[in-house]
Design a binder for this molecule. Structure first.
Ligand code: IPE
Ligand code: IPE
Ligand code: MG
Length: 233
C-alpha cells in the first residue's frame, strides 16, 4: 500500500456468513466455519499492516435468539477456536481479550477462554478483542448501574472506565461486511467518532485486499471531531 494514515483500532462487524453459505447451497454452519477462518486471516493481516488493536463482533446478545442448532454450531466453533493451542490461535503474539457475558457459554469454553486470555496476557504485538454475547445497550446499562452502586456521579472520562473497553482507545474505523448499513448494537458509546465503512462482500469472502481498500478509504477521510478541520490535514 502507498503511504497512508493507519487506524490504531479497527473493529469488524463480521456479517454475512449465513448468506454466503446459502449462495453456495451449503448449511449456515459452513459459513460460520469459513467465517472463523477468515477472521484469523484478516486480523493477522490487520496487525501485519500495523494496526495495534482489532475488535471483532463474533456473537451479539441478540444472536442468542437464534435456533438452538445454530447456537450449538457456533459454540462448537468457539470450542475449537479457543481450544486450539495458543501458538496456532494467532500467528502473531497478540493479546486476546474477550468482551461480553460469556457465562451463557458451556463451561468448558469459558475455561478455554480464560486460559487463552491468561496465556496471552503479556503478549505485546497487538490486542484482539473478541465480542461474544455482547450488546452495547446492555453494556451501557450495566456500566450505569455499576457507577450508581459505587454512589458515584460520572463524567465522560470516568464513565469509560465502567465500560468493557476500559483502557482501550475507541475504534478509529468500524468495518461491516454483508451489505447491511447498521451497527446492530455494537459499541454504540465507543463509536461516537468512529469512521464507518460498509462492504457488500459477505464476511467469509472479505479479503486482505478488501481490508487494504477499507484502510485506504479511511486514510483519505478528514476526521474533524466537530472542529473545523482535521488534526492532520
Ligand atoms: C454473522 O453472520 C455471524 C453471526 C451473527 C454469528 P450471520 O449469521 O448473521 O449471516 P447472515 O447475515 O445471516 O448472512
Ligand atoms: C451482527 O450481525 C452481529 C454479528 C456480526 C456478530 P446480525 O446478523 O446479528 O445483525 P442483524 O440482525 O442483521 O442486524
Ligand atoms: Mg447477519
Amino acid at each position: 500500500m502507498r503511504r497512508i494514515k493507519l487506524p490504531v483500532h479497527v473493529a469488524f462487524i463480521m456479517d454475512g456468513n449465513g448468506r454466503w453459505a446459502k449462495r453456495r447451497f451449503r448449511p449456515r454452519a459452513f459459513g460460520h466455519k469459513m467465517g472463523v477462518q477468515n477472521m484469523t486471516k484478516i486480523c493477522t493481516h490487520a496487525f501485519r499492516l500495523g494496526v495495534r488493536i482489532v475488535t471483532v463482533y463474533a456473537l451479539s446478545a441478540e444472536n442468542l435468539m437464534r435456533p438452538k442448532e445454530e447456537l450449538d454450531e457456533l459454540f462448537d466453533l468457539f470450542r475449537s477456536y479457543f481450544g486450539k493451542k495458543r501458538e496456532r490461535l494467532t500467528e502473531l503474539e497478540v493479546k486476546i481479550n474477550v468482551i461480553g457475558d460469556i457465562t451463557v457459554l458451556p463451561e468448558d469454553i469459558q475455561e478455554d477462554i480464560l486460559r487463552v486470555t491468561e496465556e496471552t496476557a503479556n503478549y505485546s504485538e497487538g490486542l484482539m478483542n473478541i465480542c461474544i454475547n455482547y450488546g452495547a445497550r446492555q453494556e451501557i446499562v450495566r456500566a450505569v448501574n455499576e457507577a450508581v452502586s459505587h454512589g458515584r456521579f460520572v463524567d465522560e472520562a470516568s464513565f469509560k472506565n465502567f465500560l468493557s473497553t476500559s483502557g482501550i482507545p475507541d475504534p478509529d474505523l468500524i468495518i461491516r461486511t454483508g451489505g447491511e448499513i447498521r451497527l446492530s448494537n455494537f459499541l454504540l458509546y465507543q463509536a461516537a467518532y468512529s469512521e464507518l465503512y460498509f462492504s457488500n462482500k459477505m464476511w467469509p469472502e472479505f479479503s486482505k485486499r478488501d481490508l487494504e481498500k477499507a484502510i485506504e478509504n479511511y486514510s483519505a477521510r478528514d476526521r474533524r471531531f466537530g472542529n473545523v478541520r482535521g488534526n492532520d490535514s
